[in-house]
Design a protein around this ligand. Structure first.
Ligand code: F6P
Length: 342
């Protein structure tokens, strides 16, 4: 049996740990051949592969990025894309593909099932917004980095009596903003699930001033929007899955806050620091468990499914129940964070 493995979409710390687990168990326990597919679906479309063996995956457990690269290629946007993928899989002798991705990449895996490609999915995105799983790998690392950033911003905000806004990733959901905000003691957390009222934000800051706290830390997810407006777009260009590039809500907020409170305000956009570098221990373990579970599913012939973590158990769910859905933040957790606003 020859098993292909690819990772598509934005990278997330832990991808290499998944490859390592698939290769180790696939070769040692099942006697499979494992083929790496370059740059997500692009590699299957254009026939670019890298055979993986025990040595190629040695030493990659703590490494960020992806040794196979990644891309946002959508085969369904290419002329005869799905057919070309099948042809290339057949030519290379690939019997099944383990697909690591967020909603876009996994929805291609689901649709390719109808064309006869045997796929198993693994949930990956720092945004943690995939349905069917409590966690995606990469999220814990992003939260750790954003929390450390908040700790550092705290001391300088306090020293200068400033408002500092930390803009974090989270296109449609505020998981990173909420968890990092809670862990880092943010004074206000703004997320896409709850459009914000700028007067209310300013009121929290004033409330702190009344208590003699002349500085404030705000965490905002890039997809958060004012009650009376839309999300703020960084660039109008649209990727192959139809997404625009978000970013800039922090600067919008900064100006508004300076206007209404008169307090000097600074903005930090954390950006790709959240995605780069070494995964946390939690993400290394989760990525490893996902990789092992995925190759086990292949061995059991259970295709069209995604591995997931529910509670602390690794399970699998049908891809059809997951794609096109979105896991939003737990509003009870937001209520807890709310106790500390202002
Ligand atoms: O991986 C998802 C994500 O982190 C989103 O939160 C963000 O909007 C997007 O990636 C940005 O990715 P890129 O800069 O690679 O287009």
């Amino acid at each position: 049996m020859k098993v292909g493995v690819l990772s598509g979409g934005g990278d997330a710390p832990g991808i290499n740990a998944v490859f390592r687990a698939i290769v180790r168990k696939g070769i040692q326990n099942y006697g499979y051949e494992i083929v790496g597919i370059r740059d997500g679906w692009r590699g299957l479309l254009e026939g670019e592969f890298l055979p993986l063996n025990l040595n190629t995956v040695s030493g990659i457990l703590p490494r960020g990025g992806s040794i196979l690269g990644t891309s946002r290629t959508n085969p369904f946007k290419r002329e005869k894309g799905p057919e070309t993928i099948l042809e290339n899989a057949e030519k290379t002798g690939i019997d099944a593909v383990v697909v690591i991705g967020g909603d876009d990449t996994l929805s291609v895996a689901y649709k390719m099932g109808d064309f006869g490609l045997k796929c198993v999915g693994i949930p990956k995105t720092i945004d943690n917004d995939l349905a069917g799983t409590d966690y995606t790998f990469g999220f814990n690392t992003a939260v750790a980095i954003a929390t450390e950033a908040l700790d550092r911003l705290h001391t300088t905000a306090e020293a200068h009596n400033r408002v500092i806004i930390l803009e974090v990733m989270g296109r449609y959901t505020g998981h990173i903003a909420l968890e990092a905000g809670l862990a880092g003691g943010a004074d206000v957390i703004l997320i896409p699930e709850k459009p914000f009222d700028i007067d209310e934000v300013c009121e929290y800051i004033r409330r702190r001033q009344e208590r003699g706290r002349n500085f404030s830390l705000i965490v905002v997810a890039e997809g958060a929007k004012p009650k009376s407006g839309k999300e703020i777009v960084y660039s109008e260009s649209i990727d192959e899955f139809g997404h625009i590039s978000l970013g800039g809500v922090g600067y919008f907020l900064g100006k508004e806050i300076e206007k209404c409170t008169g307090i000097e305000t600074r903005v930090v956009v954390l950006g790709h620091l959240q995605r780069g570098g070494s995964p946390t221990a939690f993400d290394r373990i989760l990525a490893t468990r996902f990789g092992i579970a995925a190759i086990d599913l292949v061995h059991e012939g259970k295709f069209g499914r995604m591995v997931a973590i529910q509670g602390n158990k690794i399970v699998s769910v049908p891809l059809k129940d997951v794609v096109g859905k979105r896991k939003t933040v737990d509003l009870e957790l937001y209520e807890i964070a709310n106790v500390f606003f202002g």
